[in-house]
Write a protein that binds this ligand. Structure first.
Ligand SMILES: Nc1nc2c(ncn2[C@@H]2O[C@H](COP(=O)(O)OP(=O)(O)OP(=O)(O)O)[C@@H](O)[C@H]2O)c(=O)[nH]1
Ligand SMILES: [Mg+2]
Length: 304
């Protein structure tokens, strides 16, 4: 069990727990469903970033269950919570956070400021606790302070950083990093990249080049793209993720800043609509603020 996990999670989900979404258990206690109940539920789900599609699915599914079991519906709030839990549990299996499948490479992807570089420090902290060795490539050569930022994390968290000059070719950094990792028998290579939007075709081509170079040089390393998503950006972030994944296939999501939102309901459409597993969640700015996403714990901390 990862240290501080439960404390982190209960704190991270406290804003959502205190929102209308978290109050679903007390708001829908009756077993008699009225149409105004469904409207109220719909409003709460939409205002919690669950999104139109997932909200409609949840409402329809509840309606179907009630129609089927006419007399015996039981408590409405339990029905809603179960429906949400079923969706959360339908997530694809995640390989990235697993202890096996080493050695591996994670290329960080995502738009500006979502928490990619901090996520590297967190992932390093997470896997070093399992005895894995880490090497990082500073392939964000755009932003002036990016190389220093990852080096500072490296010193703090005890991992080496391979870097070139600011403005140099990020795929050359990636190549040097994987070459060094092979020589040093590294378990996990983390490639930091500059923030980019899917509609910027030059930057997307550059990302594809980093991927191609690593794919050619990787030998026995498993290569994964980890998409970082900021939970506070809601539906907008979801749309960006969809578009990104259509251009470069993503293997997992690092969902950051859950501590900063009362709308953790965004997890529902991420699972339903993106079809990419949630590998990790970020629950703060420290390197230890990382957890594996666990549907039962989400339900426990948000609804109880
Ligand atoms: N509250 C909170 N803040 C976070 C979390 N993850 C990252 N941050 C903060 O978000 C800000 C941006 O983080 P970075 O890791 O630099 O983001 P980035 O995606 O690398 O940014 P660019 O390289 O500029 O694209 C920093 O202030 C982080 O401390 C999180 O889980 N919770
Ligand atoms: Mg960064």
């Amino acid at each position: 069990m990862y240290r501080n996990k439960n404390k982190n999670l209960s704190t991270a989900f406290s804003k959502t727990k205190n929102s209308l979404f978290g109050q679903i258990p007390s708001l829908f206690k009756s077993s008699q469903l009225t149409s105004s109940d469904l409207e109220e539920l719909e409003d709460i789900l939409i205002s919690s970033d669950v999104g139109m599609n997932s909200t409609q699915k949840i409402i329809e599914s509840i309606q179907t269950t009630i129609n089927k079991n006419k007399q015996n519906t039981g408590n409405l709030s339990t029905l809603i919570q179960n429906e949400i839990l079923n969706i959360l549990k339908s997530s694809k299996n995640d390989d990235i956070s697993k202890q096996d499948n080493f050695p591996k490479i994670l290329i960080m992807a995502g738009v500006n400021g979502v928490g990619k570089t901090t996520a590297i420090a967190k992932i390093s902290n997470f896997f070093q606790q399992q005895g894995k060795t880490i090497l990082c490539g500073a392939a964000d050569t755009y932003r002036a302070a990016a190389i220093d930022q990852i080096k500072v994390w490296g010193e703090k968290e005890n991992f080496d950083v391979i870097s070139h000059q600011p403005g140099s070719d990020p795929s050359a950094v990636a190549f040097d990093t994987i070459s060094a990792a092979k020589k040093r028998n590294i378990d996990l290579v983390l490639i930091d990249t500059a923030g980019r939007l899917h509609e910027n075709s030059n930057l997307m081509d550059e990302f594809k080049k980093i991927h191609r170079v690593l794919n050619q040089a990787k030998e026995n390393f498993k290569l994964n793209v980890l998409l970082t998503l900021d939970a506070t950006t809601g539906q907008n972030g979801l749309l960006q993720a969809k578009a990104f994944n259509e251009t470069v296939k993503c293997d997992g999501i690092f969902l950051t800043k859950l501590d900063g939102t009362s709308k953790a309901g965004i997890i529902i459409p991420i699972i339903e609509e993106l079809n990419i597993p949630i590998s990790f969640i970020g629950t703060g700015e420290q390197s230890s603020d990382i957890s594996i996403f666990n549907p039962n714990l989400f339900s426990k901390y948000v609804f109880n």
